[in-house]
Design a protein around this ligand. Structure first.
Ligand code: PLP
Length: 351
């Protein structure tokens, strides 16, 4: 979230209105109608501490994931859990290193580095821009404190082969803790197949982070959770997470939408419609792209990143840029269809 908030694309255009904010991987189809309905009611109960509701939500999530309540740690957004985990593993092994792909979502590693950890970046595979699991495994040493995997990966959108990932986690978690950030898992073709929560159920030293900011469209309400082994979650909760930081409105909104299959289907179908439209738009303008399992798409651009971002912003569209593998890239989040059309119009002018 720090990374997203630091995006220069948040600067409003100098002239004209912002037509489409496609820079922070938000989901304009949330919060769900059921969540919105309870928020007013929940606000009226705002004078009460929300502990009972928090434990209801924890129970609901545990049941759905097939784990015990002690295996769920709630927090205001998964980002705060990434930071709490960074603190836990950094102070448990001073001077230790965290292995991650590069590029990936940096929040956990950046927090760890600020507290003295080392960060070992393993470049994505050539051509496929996938996590290089073999190389990441090779880099594990006595000094490794944590292995961070983001599946599907931000900013590439690439999903790791589920068989390979589960086997990697089987082997690696026997040596070192593995943290799998599944913020975008609902946008893959089969979340249950791609998730490694199954590895947690086998008792392995694995953590999975999930968020309500994406498929549930609650980025501003702030809700996320960690799934892991009870003793690990207990240790991490000393640094952050737990019911204390959550508001009545957010918890009750979470309870109202977490198992709302109709809404999840709707939210996903709107996202997929926008993703297909975006693929077509890019093809029609002569661009390639990385096939995405998320609510954003990354594509190589033909000018410097800053120039591209600036020109798109002049057209009222905010997007993000990256540079890796000797190439500038644009990451565009999935918005409403009018927002995607605004992106298409802007791209035509800028290309
Ligand atoms: N993990 C990934 C991969 C993300 O992209 C983000 C935000 O965009 C987060 C975690 C943090 O999300 P939040 O704190 O809103 O749950």
């Amino acid at each position: 979230w720090l990374d997203e908030a630091a995006a220069p694309a948040f600067v409003p255009p100098k002239t004209g209105a912002l037509k489409a904010r496609l820079s922070a991987n938000e989901n304009p189809y949330g919060p769900s109608p059921k969540a919105l309905k309870v928020i007013n009611e929940a606000a009226q109960e705002g004078y009460l501490y929300p502990f009972q509701y928090a434990s209801q939500l924890r129970k609901m999530i545990a049941e759905q994931e097939g784990v015990s309540e002690e295996q769920i740690l709630l927090a205001p957004g998964s980002g705060s859990l990434l930071i709490a985990a960074a603190m836990h593993y950094t102070y448990a092994k001073p001077g230790g290193s965290i292995i991650s792909a590069d590029p990936t979502y940096e929040q956990l590693m950046r927090a760890a580095v600020q507290h003295g950890a080392k960060w070992e970046k393993v470049p994505l595979t050539a051509g496929g821009y996938d996590h290089n699991l073999a190389e990441m495994e090779k880099r594990i040493s006595d000094n490794t404190s944590l292995v961070y995997v983001n599946n599907p990966n931000n900013p590439t959108g690439v999903t790791i082969d589920p068989v390979a990932l589960r086997a990697f986690v089987d082997r690696v978690s026997a040596k070192k803790p593995v943290f799998v950030d599944e913020a975008y898992i609902h946008y893959t073709s089969d979340p249950a197949k791609f998730s490694v929560i199954e590895n947690i159920k086998k008792g392995q030293n694995v953590l999975v982070a999930r968020t309500f900011s994406k498929i549930y469209g609650m980025a501003g309400l702030r809700l996320g959770y960690l799934v892991g082994q009870p003793d690990t979650l207990m240790a991490i909760s000393k640094w952050g997470g737990g019911p204390g930081g959550l508001t009545m409105t957010t918890i009750r909104a979470g309870l109202a939408c977490y198992k709302d299959e109709e809404f999840i289907k709707y939210s996903l179908s709107k996202g997929l419609e926008a993703r297909e439209y975006l693929y077509e738009t890019l093809k029609n303008n002569g661009y390639t792209y990385l096939p995405s399992g998320t609510n954003f798409v990354l594509f190589p651009i033909r000018m410097k990143g800053d120039d591209f971002i600036g020109k798109m912003m002049e057209q009222g569209v905010s997007v993000r840029q990256w540079k890796f593998d000797g190439q500038y890239w644009c990451r565009v989040s999935l918005g409403t269809m009018p927002q995607m059309q605004a992106f298409a119009d802007a791209l035509k002018v800028v290309s």
